[in-house]
Design a binder for this molecule. Structure first.
Ligand code: CTP
Length: 407
């Protein structure tokens, strides 16, 4: 299952470091190639020799080797690794990761990591529930770190509660699940639209909207994480895709977005329309800045933009799946289902502006998803990353049915 996978195993200074010996053994037994990186404190709990013997590689503990003077490149490690697992992750390391304090090889490697990062926290119950730790954990989750929840039970302090590192078998299961998910959309070509569109009025002004693009970018990231080949067509935003492998096409207006989407669509197995496309654009773009005249009013005539989702819906073949979004303020269900039908979508994701946790420029979203058969999938308010994962879990059913992926 883990054959050929490159894993960097980071070990920090907690008593649970002894369990990492078992974890390393399990990883190697399952076919992974493991490079261990330890913090200086971790070396006080278990000798690096134990880990180098089991991994068949010298353990990295410092920026350079004391004997040979050889520099250990954290950047190269990031390129080599398929996954970076930090187990145990102490409160101190979690705090340094959340705040970018790179004072040892392990945290420096984290800051250079191109691969996904998974942590298995281990600490005393008071440390685990301290607001500072919880804040740092939330921050890491937002940064995309996968957190394996600690267990509740007897702790090294003699106290009992939550904080004990998950058992090595559980961590191994999470690692296997991570790689399984990563393969689920392999071979799928996905097109995602995201962000707002800017409709130009003159050289200095445009008509736009509040979309941050976050939801669409999270969807593109999650599709890529599961192995899909992703093209992301985005209006002007400040967010970035997490991987250079996502083919990002930047556009400004709805018409430009439409042109790019038309080019990509024939090749796509899946298209997700997450962009907040302006329905209208000024009929004329003034070449010169529009000057204030003496009149009290200024009239601008707007003309209809193409409806990208609807136009591509007309061209859709039986193997292609399309997903739209509906952001509504009233008659949510009715309006969403109308859009599902009129744009020939397979799925529609509704976020209601009546929900305080949903909408533009928010970190969270709360969605309800419908399919063509009128089946409803409601979800709780979650981070946009988690929402993206839920959406893709649900729509993967269609990709299985259409034969694009084998379930
Ligand atoms: N959409 C699109 N092109 C447009 C307008 C919308 O591709 N010109 C897509 C959006 O990306 C979204 C879905 O259609 O997936 C619904 O967008 P929304 O703005 O809610 O719907 P409209 O059809 O524009 O309806 P209205 O603005 O009247 O609610």
């Amino acid at each position: 299952m883990l054959n050929g996978k490159h894993i960097v195993l980071g070990i920090t200074g907690g008593i649970a470091a002894y369990k990492s010996v078992v974890l390393l053994r399990l990883l190697v037994k399952n076919g992974a190639e493991v490079q261990v990186v330890m913090t200086p404190n971790a070396c006080e709990f278990v000798r690096p020799l134990t880990f180098s013997t089991l991994s068949g590689k010298p353990v990295i503990t410092q920026f350079f080797s004391a004997n040979s003077g050889e520099w250990h490149s954290h950047v190269d490690l990031g390129i080599w690794a398929d996954l970076f697992v930090i187990a145990p992750a102490t409160a101190s390391t979690i705090g340094k990761m959340a705040n970018g304090i790179a004072d040892n090889m392990l945290v420096t490697t984290y800051l250079s990591a191109k691969e996904d990062v998974m942590i298995a926290p281990a600490m005393d119950l008071d440390m685990w529930r301290h607001p500072s730790t919880q804040r740092n954990i939330d921050c890491l989750k937002k940064d995309g770190v996968i957190v394996i929840q600690p267990d509740a039970g007897e702790l090294a302090s003699g106290l009992s509660g939550k904080g004990r590192m998950a058992e090595p078998e559980i961590i191994l299961r999470e690692i296997k699940e991570y790689f399984r998910r990563k393969e689920t959309l392999k071979g799928i070509k996905a097109l995602v639209t995201a962000g707002p569109t800017y409709e130009k009025l003159d050289p200095v002004r445009f008509i736009g909207n509040y979309s941050s693009g976050k939801m669409g970018f999270e969807i593109a990231d999650e599709l890529h994480r599961r192995g899909a080949e992703v093209t992301l067509i985005s209006g002007p935003v400040s967010v970035k895709p997490y991987s250079d492998e996502i083919n990002l096409i930047g556009v400004e207006s709805a018409r430009e977005m439409y042109r790019e989407a038309l080019k990509c669509f024939p090749d796509a197995d899946l298209a997700v329309f997450a962009a907040a496309v302006a329905d209208y654009a000024p009929e004329k773009i003034s070449e010169l800045k529009i000057k204030r005249e003496n009149e009290e009013e200024l009239e601008i005539k707007l003309v209809r933009n193409p409806d990208i989702a609807a136009e591509l819906g007309k061209r859709k073949t039986s193997r292609q799946i399309t997903v739209g979004f509906a952001l509504e303020t009233h008659n949510e269900k009715e309006n969403a289902l109308k859009k599902l039908k009129s744009k020939n979508l397979d799925w529609i994701v509704l976020n209601s502006l009546q929900d305080p946790e949903a909408g533009f420029m928010k970190e969270t979203n709360k969605v309800t998803i419908w399919n063509k058969e009128n089946s409803k999938f409601p979800f709780e308010a979650k981070s946009k990353r988690e929402v993206a994962s839920d959406i893709i879990d649900v729509i993967s059913q269609s990709l299985e049915k259409s034969g694009s992926i084998v379930g």
